[in-house]
Design a protein around this ligand. Structure first.
Ligand code: G1P
Length: 321
């Protein structure tokens, strides 16, 4: 649901190589991998549009033409569907090109997330803006971005999204030092460390891929030296904003997210996203859920919940097809 906000533009960095998903991503951008029947990037653009951000800038790299085509008109396909009278699919295809005003800029060189965001400077100008990372898929029923825009209207400055993670996983994320604000699930961010070494994380609050940023971040990014992995890190620039006051790019607050999030760049998390979203779909869900129940019951060596009987051999064979 759109909330009253001064934020109108979303930036979606989509220049990564997708190496964790090779060979699928050799010739296909990782953003185009389907989650049920939509490419992962479509969920992200729908999330932005759903929160009222109808101006979307993709920061792409080489080999990303399919991403541009996906959100563009497809006249030939539309004519074929119209001639067949396949109105539902025709609408699905047309809706895509109406979702948001799409803009594209190339990152040029893979110098890091901070560098990708800096490439958005000209398009964004002097307005606050959102950044949505394509690998982080937020369940469409969860309202994280709207909650962040609400927090931005109240606290100003910049707003991050944090999720509590297992301390053994903090080295995979930017991690935040936080203090309470008195508002439930909104914290003040006092410092950030990008992918801290084990034992050096300021907390187990991990930065997840949604940001509402003050445009002052661009000037900071310009002067941010390469950090972790030799890349210009967005986390390092936002860390510098934490000490600033309103009007200078600060303060930095965060919404603590307790909903469903998937890392579609990680194979196991991607599979969970496909299964969970398919189960919730009104068209596919009922049949898929009953198949899945049989399949899960027939899995060898897995303890069953109390009171459940193991399925017989024929059911097991059927479940595997
Ligand atoms: C990026 C950010 C990191 C953040 C993560 C969330 O890392 O640099 O701070 O925690 O996204 O997904 P990446 O996963 O692109 O290496």
């Amino acid at each position: 649901m759109p909330v009253p906000t001064s934020v109108h533009k979303a930036v979606v960095p989509a220049a990564g190589l997708g190496t964790r998903f090779l060979p699928a991503t050799k010739a296909t951008p990782k953003e185009m991998l389907p989650v049920v029947d939509k490419p992962a990037i479509q969920y992200v653009v729908e999330e932005a549009a759903g929160a009222g951000l109808h101006d979307v800038l993709m920061v792409t790299g080489r080999n990303k033409r399919a991403v541009e085509d996906h959100f563009d008109r497809a006249h030939e396909l539309e004519e074929v569907l119209a001639a067949k009278g396949d109105d539902d699919r025709l609408e699905t295809v047309r809706d895509l090109s109406r979702l948001a005003r799409m803009h594209h800029v190339r990152q040029g060189a893979p110098l890091g997330l901070g560098h990708a965001v800096l490439r958005a400077r000209e398009h964004v100008g002097a307005e606050p803006f959102a950044v949505l990372l394509g690998d982080d898929l937020i369940h469409p029923d969860d309202t994280l971005l709207a909650d962040m825009l609400t927090a931005h209207a109240r606290f100003g400055g910049s707003i991050l999204a944090l999720a509590e993670v297992d301390p053994a996983e903090t080295h995979l994320y930017g991690c935040a030092a936080v203090e309470p604000t008195g508002t439930e699930d909104v914290v003040r961010v006092t410092g950030l460390v990008e992918k801290p070494a084990p034992g050096e994380a300021p907390s187990n609050y991990a930065v997840i891929g949604r940001y509402v940023l003050d445009p002052a971040v661009f000037g900071v990014l310009e002067r941010t030296a390469p950090g972790r992995g030799g890349e210009i890190q967005l986390t390092d620039a936002i860390h510098k904003l934490t000490g600033r006051t309103e009007g200078q790019g600060g303060p930095v607050h965060a919404v603590v997210f307790r909903g469903r999030r998937y890392d579609t760049g990680d194979r196991a998390s991607y599979l969970r996203a496909v299964v969970q979203l398919a189960c919730g779909r009104p068209d596919l869900g009922p049949g898929f859920r009953s198949w899945l129940r049989n399949f899960a019951e027939a899995l060898p060596g897995e303890p069953l919940p109390a009171g459940r009987q193991p399925a017989g051999a024929p059911a097991a064979a059927a479940a595997c097809h």
